[in-house]
Design a protein around this ligand. Structure first.
Ligand SMILES: [Zn+2]
Length: 110
């Protein structure tokens, strides 16, 4: 509940990074907050084959790395919430946790 508001507020405050993820066809959003980082796993749906494969990858990787993360559905998108590590690049934190390469495209709003 609170997280949805936090995401909206972060969106307004411009603490959102648009990223390229591995070979995924579409960009994702990363929301950076004071104590947490939110990663957008799916785009507006959680049930097509592509979304399912993204979700499966993230779940497998988290099992493997042992990083704790919470799953949140907001605005029909599936997000994963991670603890923010002080002094660490949020994209590195996410990449290590989910075994993905995240390349920043832009900060929104730019
Ligand atoms: Zn889908």
């Amino acid at each position: 509940m609170t997280l949805r508001k936090d995401i909206r507020r972060a969106w307004k405050d411009g603490m959102i990074i648009r990223v390229e993820v591995n070979h995924w066809r579409t960009f994702r959003y990363v929301v950076v907050m004071e104590n947490m980082i939110v990663f957008q796993v799916t785009i507006g749906c959680s049930h097509c084959a592509t979304c399912q494969s993204r979700v499966a990858h993230v779940e497998r990787a988290l099992d493997h790395t042992g990083v704790k993360s919470e799953s949140v559905l907001a605005e029909e998108m599936l997000f994963r919430v991670f603890e923010r590590v002080e002094g660490e690049d949020p994209l590195v934190t996410l990449g290590n946790a989910m075994e993905l390469t995240l390349r920043p495209v832009e900060t929104v709003p730019a």
